[in-house]
Ligand binder design. Sequence first.
Ligand SMILES: CC(C)(COP(=O)(O)OP(=O)(O)OC[C@H]1O[C@@H](n2cnc3c(N)ncnc32)[C@H](O)[C@@H]1OP(=O)(O)O)[C@@H](O)C(=O)NCCC(=O)NCCS
Length: 180
Amino acid sequence: MILETDRLIVRPLNETDLNDMFALDSNPKVHQYLGNKPITHKQEALNYIKSTIKQYNTTGVGRWAVIEKETKSFIGWCGLRLYNDMTFNNKTNFYDIGYRLLPKYWGKGYATESAKACLNYAFSTLNLNTIYGITEKENAASHAVLLKIGLNYIEDFYHDAEQMTLRWYALNKTEYQNIS
Ligand SMILES: CC(C)(COP(=O)(O)OP(=O)(O)OC[C@H]1O[C@@H](n2cnc3c(N)ncnc32)[C@H](O)[C@@H]1OP(=O)(O)O)[C@@H](O)C(=O)NCCC(=O)NCCS
């Protein structure tokens, strides 16, 4: 699975992304709205890559690496995740869209550009019915991205496991076809 946009390539994560993934997930700024728990060991980044590769194989989707075409640099990840093992807002077994970029690349429209490509892949190639989004309530940049790619803000909910208020978004295939 490889997606291409004007400025970006979206491709599967692999173990050669280890240093980049460690840089991403050990950065406190990146984790400000993700529970403030940046990782401290490379092994944690390796575990994340391995579990993502497992998701590709078992669910057909997962978070994918985002590469800036001009520089060939790894800028972060974006993609779909089938939450079949966790419950959010009383829902289990749903596809979520998410993204996480290195701060150096924020503010260039890259999250929006890569997420749009993933959303199109979800509806047009995978033929999925509904894509959901979740953000921390204060994560204004992520809120903006989800709205820009067309998801509808539904409601806030309290997530017991993480003890925080999160926001819930959704878009179905028919709505997507009407806006694209
Ligand atoms: C969320 C994230 C991916 C956004 O990446 P990005 O490439 O900067 O996003 P884009 O440039 O495509 O769009 C960001 C939008 O948010 C807006 N924005 C950014 N910071 C904002 C803030 N503090 N308040 C309000 N809007 C804000 C930008 O103006 C932009 O909207 P615009 O195009 O209408 O001006 C990036 O900040 C990130 O990786 N954060 C850490 C991980 C994370 O929180 N992931 C989301 C978890 S749900």
